[in-house]
Design a protein around this ligand. Sequence first.
Ligand SMILES: NC(=O)c1ccc[n+]([C@@H]2O[C@H](COP(=O)([O-])OP(=O)(O)OC[C@H]3O[C@@H](n4cnc5c(N)ncnc54)[C@H](OP(=O)(O)O)[C@@H]3O)[C@@H](O)[C@H]2O)c1
Length: 301
Amino acid sequence: MIVLVTGSNGLLGQKIIEQLKNKDNKIIATSKGSNRNSNNNSFIYEDLDITNKEQLSFVLKKYKPEVVFNTAAMTNVDLCELEKDLCKKVNVKAVEYLADICFDLDAHLIHISTDFIFDGNDGPYNEDDIACPLSFYGQSKLDSENILKSHKCKWTILRTIVLFGVGKNLTKSNIVLWAKEQLENSKVINIIDDEFRAPTLADDLAYACIYSAKNKVFGVYHASGKDIMSIYDMVISIANYFNLDKNLVNRISSKELSQVANRPKKTGFVLEKAKQQLNYHPKSFNDSLMYIDKQLTNQNN
Ligand SMILES: NC(=O)c1ccc[n+]([C@@H]2O[C@H](COP(=O)([O-])OP(=O)(O)OC[C@H]3O[C@@H](n4cnc5c(N)ncnc54)[C@H](OP(=O)(O)O)[C@@H]3O)[C@@H](O)[C@H]2O)c1
């Protein structure tokens, strides 16, 4: 396949490339600014800001990918609340540009959305449950979904929840690496116990993205981890697995944290559709920690 990945410096972008390399695929990795993923000649890199329509059109028409994985996004939920115009440009308008160009090229656009399109009153959610975002980020992702749903291009939307994994030079940490690092440095951390999610190993999601590309599976899919738990329980599991001091973990409520954006109470996804149609069988949270542990050990050797 000729594939183009947007946001290749990000966690999911890196995982998709890792799984596609050395397999007769021509990979065009693109992200804003210079390449921060490993430079091992397995891909061509282009500096590409997806909000720049001309640049986007130029790069896509230059390589004519059969598949475009759109992993680029403004993913900081609180920042999206504060910088709404930028959020709209990256998370909504750029998706419309991508859809238009993919239609012209007859390319398959694989786009990532979120559990934050739901209000969290009735989780776990099915693909066709009614969306009702509580945050600007959630609304922007829902808007991007609606653009694709009414577009003539070939599209797949994979919705996911709290991504985590090991990446190179990431600008943003994730729950597992962050909690592990804090506890290793004997820092006391305040963790909320009244929001529930199904944390997702980025490697599992990358597999589902690639499966939908290879098998030309279109439509909306839920692809998260299979264990739904409070953020507090996630951090306790992380502490337990890595043998770190649980007494450093302070249990607090979301009210006490007073984050800028509102967040859903309980999400989680029903995964049946992805299991049946994308061969998606995510690891348990504990097995994911074991998987990450091995990756970190290999990275350090
Ligand atoms: N992370 C989660 O917990 C989570 C949960 C649900 C859904 N999702 C969705 O999953 C997808 C992948 O998430 P992720 O965690 O892999 O995100 P990530 O690590 O934040 O990666 C996103 C990448 O996009 C890049 N980017 C930002 N603006 C750009 C622009 N204008 N043009 C080109 N690249 C741009 C970022 O660049 P810099 O590195 O330079 O900032 C970053 O490398 C996103 O669509 C996200 O909304 C994520």
